[in-house]
Design a protein around this ligand. Structure first.
Ligand SMILES: O=P(O)(O)OC[C@H]1O[C@@H](O)[C@H](O)[C@@H](O)[C@@H]1O
Length: 289
């Protein structure tokens, strides 16, 4: 967990405040319901901690300087997930995570908050995104609505790339995927089927055909996280395993501290957006027990 950000939060009184971390402009909320931190780059939730609980999201301790994508929290992959389908020279995971977004606090009271984020400038795709971040009863909901403002159909893929904080990825058990088909990116996209719970004991990079809740049972932390979603027919599960060694903002020391469970629309379930049509996808992250 990022120590610099924890220090910023500890030093701040209850309220809403701007801050900066490694060149990234942040909005910090410290409230009776807990803490929430958003980055203006990427429309990215970096931190969420319900009052009296441990953080639900992991954020790298060695975030790379802006404008690199920020490793941790909930990066937004949009308007394409992974490599661009026609042009692999375009940025991996799309344009959103390196763009700057305006944040509007719609409401914030003793029980929760609601914020809306829109890009500062058009992203040049003809698609108009709007991200909503809500804290409701100790849970975090993030959604993205996409409007096709052109007069031609556009194919959209996307992900809310949630980095969930865990005590040790080698000990957690993921439930809710049993029986689902998946593509294994580490076996050339082989089509497989999940049998029983998923254990992460090595590098894992899978796209599940799945549209319900995933549960991350973490006995070390004595909690179970629920990752619910809507508008999403793919669930991506990722942890780099030993490959973390060569990822500057992860490394082997931090690799056990997270697992990504991403609500997504991938090549498995891309969204065909007709002219004037809007589509919303979201994820709800909460402590189940
Ligand atoms: O390092 P990045 O660009 O943030 O991507 C991290 C991972 O994101 C996952 O969603 C992909 O399935 C992986 O293939 C990828 O390695």
């Amino acid at each position: 967990m990022n120590k610099e950000l924890m220090a910023l939060l500890q030093a701040m009184p209850d309220g809403i405040q701007d801050a900066s971390l490694n060149g990234f402009s942040l909005l910090l909320l410290r409230q009776p319901w807990g803490e929430l931190v958003l980055s203006r780059q990427g429309a990215q939730v970096l931190h969420f901690r319900p009052a009296g609980r441990q953080p639900l999201l992991w954020l790298s301790d060695c975030v790379q300087p802006a404008p690199a994508p920020i490793r941790g929290g909930i990066p937004l992959c949009w308007p394409w997930f992974a490599a661009h389908p026609q042009d692999p020279s375009r940025p991996f995971h799309g344009l959103a995570r390196t763009a700057l977004w305006d944040i509007e606090v719609k409401s914030c009271d003793s029980r929760g908050a609601s914020l809306v984020l829109q890009p500062e400038a058009t992203l040049g795709t003809g698609l108009v995104p709007s991200v909503t971040v809500e804290v409701i009863d100790q849970a975090l909901q993030v959604s993205i609505a996409t409007l096709n403002a052109t007069d031609a159909p556009i194919l959209l893929s996307q992900a809310l790339h949630s980095y969930l904080a865990v005590s040790d990825v080698n000990q957690v058990v993921l439930d809710g995927l049993d029986g689902c088909e998946y593509r294994d990116k580490l076996q050339d996209g082989a089509l497989c089927r999940q049998q029983g719970p998923l254990l992460i004991r090595q590098a894992t990079d899978r796209i599940y055909r799945h549209d319900t809740v995933t549960r991350v049972q973490d006995t070390g932390a004595q909690r179970c996280l629920g990752i619910g979603k809507f508008g999403s027919g793919s669930t991506v599960v990722w942890n780099p395993g030993a490959a973390a060694e060569s990822i500057a903002d992860v490394g082997m020391a931090q690799q056990p501290a997270f697992v990504c469970v991403e609500a997504a629309n991938t090549f498995v379930d891309p969204v065909q957006l007709l002219p004037g049509q809007q589509y919303r996808m979201g994820t709800l992250i909460s402590i189940l027990e």
